[in-house]
Ligand binder design. Structure first.
Ligand SMILES: Nc1ncnc2c1ncn2[C@@H]1O[C@H](COP(=O)(O)OP(=O)(O)OP(=O)(O)O)[C@@H](O)[C@H]1O
Ligand SMILES: [Mg+2]
Length: 237
């Protein structure tokens, strides 16, 4: 199997006074380039912790992560920053938008950070906002948007740099089923057209039909790693 991302015996230990939380407790798996992976598991099972470690936002206590044949754990903080900016898109569970910036500026920010020319990312930013149904909201501040709209701004922001890997932490948590489907269809379309690798946390059973594969966590360990059944396309809706 061609391994694109490889996690080996990952562990994350949080020490709170005398209490130790083993948020991730010995997790190993690999992901192929272009795979659409769902991460599920109950609240507190370690999904966000795992995603943050894979995206180089938080170092593991133990274990190794290899991405595109690079041992990414050994990179310096500056190198990790460049790696993230050039290859990753990340949708945080709490969106993490900049409150003083408009929807369009929030989306453009990471392209700006790459030193891109304003004309090109501003066009792309508006196009992406249109694709997530926010064409009429580009000049709104986060405080002038609903929770679901803020979430869609965060989704557009994660896609602005045409990442190789999209990490998404419950990207549909505040969206109704129509908007959720639009977002998942967009991910699937980019996944197939650009061979985007997607690692997405989800609680919803119906999202399974989008995933090539599902990793289910329980108490910081992999409980199950399986290919969901593809729904019968000939069945009547
Ligand atoms: N910064 C932290 N300090 C201490 N403990 C933490 C910290 N972050 C997470 N934890 C603990 O680690 C465990 C896993 O947390 P994590 O956020 O990864 O869960 P999750 O599966 O994403 O849950 P949810 O579905 O509620 O988002 C939880 O028991 C949590 O309390
Ligand atoms: Mg979480």
């Amino acid at each position: 199997m061609d391994e694109y991302i490889r996690a080996e015996d990952l562990r994350k230990l949080y020490t709170m006074g005398t209490v130790e939380v083993r948020a991730i407790n010995g997790v190993s798996f690999s992901v192929r380039k272009g795979e659409f992976v769902g991460i599920t598991g109950s609240s507190g099972s370690g999904k966000s912790t795992l995603l943050h470690m894979l995206a180089l936002l938080d170092p593991p206590t133990e274990g190794t992560i290899t991405i595109a044949d690079r041992d990414v754990i050994s990179l310096s903080e500056a190198e990790k920053g460049i790696f993230r900016l050039s290859r990753f898109g990340f949708i945080f569970q709490d969106y993490a938008l900049v409150p003083e910036l408009t929807a369009e500026e929030n989306v453009s920010l990471v392209a700006m950070a790459r030193g891109e020319e304003a004309g090109s990312y501003s066009r792309r930013s508006r196009k992406l906002l249109g694709q997530v149904g926010l064409g009429e909201r580009v000049a709104h501040l986060p405080s002038e948007l609903s929770g679901g709209e803020q979430q869609r701004v965060a989704i557009a922001r994660a896609l602005i740099n045409t990442p190789e890997i999209l990490f998404a932490d419950e990207p549909c948590a505040n969206l109704d089923s129509t908007n959720s489907r639009a977002v998942l269809d967009l991910f699937r379309e980019i996944n197939q057209r650009m061979n985007l690798t997607v690692i997405m946390v989800s609680h919803e059973d119906w999202h399974m039909e989008y995933f090539d594969r599902v990793i289910r966590l329980r108490d910081g360990k992999i409980e199950e790693d399986f290919q969901p059944e593809i729904p019968d396309a000939t069945a009547s809706p």
